[in-house]
Each structure stands twice: as C-alpha cells, then as structure tokens.
Design a protein around this ligand. Structure first.
Ligand code: HEC
Length: 128
C-alpha cells in the first residue's frame, strides 16, 4: 500500500513538472509585444543623444551617422525589408564601429525593453 502511494506521488509530481515546463516553453515561444509608451521613456533617457528626439538622427561619431527615421527613403532601403528584425539585431548587438551600443548583449536592455523601443520607433518613423 505504501509502495503504491509512492508511485502515485511520483507520478503526480512528474505530471506537475511536465505541465510547468510546458507552460514555460509556451511562454518563451510567444513573441514579446512592444509597448510604445514604455519605449518612449527608454528612448528619451538612453537614445535621444545620438538619434535625436524626433528620430531624424544624422549624428556621426566614429563611422556611419545615425539613420534618419523621418525619411521614407530610410525605410525603403532593402536592408530594412524586415524592419523589426533589422532594428532588433542592431539594438541587441550594436554597431560597435559606428558607436551604436550593444544594448541587449551587454545586458543594458532586456528583450521586452528592446521590443518596446522598436514599437516606439515605429510611431515616430515617417515611412511615406
Ligand atoms: C552613442 C550614440 C548612440 C546611442 C546612445 C544610441 N545609438 Fe542607435 N545608433 C547609433 C549609430 C551611430 C547608429 C548607426 C550604426 C550604423 O549604421 O553603422 C545607430 C543605429 C541604430 C539602429 C539601426 C537603425 C537603422 O535603421 O539603421 C537602431 C534601431 C538604433 N540605433 C536604436 C537605438 C536605440 C533604441 C537606442 C537607445 C536604447 C540607441 N540606438 C542609442 C548611435 C547610438
């Protein structure tokens, strides 16, 4: 009897562990959704110095200048064909030669904050 109970307890514990793992995996796989309002706060404190408040950029440090997000031509550039992927990569890994910080890689911004910033940049962009 005692033996049987143990098997049940182990079974229940395993099942619970599987359910918890499943939920964690489902959460990790769900894409993060950016919140532009949160992005604006981050942008104002961390990005304006180089990208300007309106996103028009043009600030040159050591390489390429910051892009002009107010120019439809910027968004028409084939390298921004998938703008979110392009921006995510840049914010994550930086462009060290040009002076763009690797915010994600260095742990200065969390994945959710990067999504918030991308969402905000879309709201200030002029694409047409
Ligand atoms: C010290 C100056 C500096 C700061 C601060 C800075 N950036 Fe940049 N950023 C740059 C430069 C320079 C480039 C251009 C890099 C290149 O093209 O080689 C760039 C490029 C980018 C790009 C690629 C954009 C494109 O369309 O070409 C994104 C996205 C970006 N920055 C987002 C951000 C965000 C978000 C922040 C704030 C968390 C930020 N940057 C802070 C200098 C900076």
């Amino acid at each position: 009897m005692r033996h049987l109970l143990n098997i049940r307890t182990v079974g229940a514990t395993l099942l619970l562990a599987l359910v918890v793992m499943g939920a964690a995996i489902a959460q990790a796989a769900a894409p993060l959704k950016g919140n532009p309002a949160a992005g604006k706060t981050l942008y104002t404190t961390k990005c304006v110095a180089c990208h300007k408040a309106d996103g028009s950029g043009g600030i040159k440090l050591t390489g390429n200048p910051t892009p002009n997000w107010k120019l439809p031509k910027t968004w028409a550039d084939p390298i921004r064909k998938n703008p979110d992927v392009f921006m995510r990569d840049c914010i994550q890994n930086g462009k060290i030669k040009s002076g763009m910080v690797a915010w994600g890689k260095t742990g200065q911004l969390k994945p959710q904050q990067i999504e918030d910033l991308i969402a905000y940049i879309h709201t200030i962009a002029k694409k047409k």
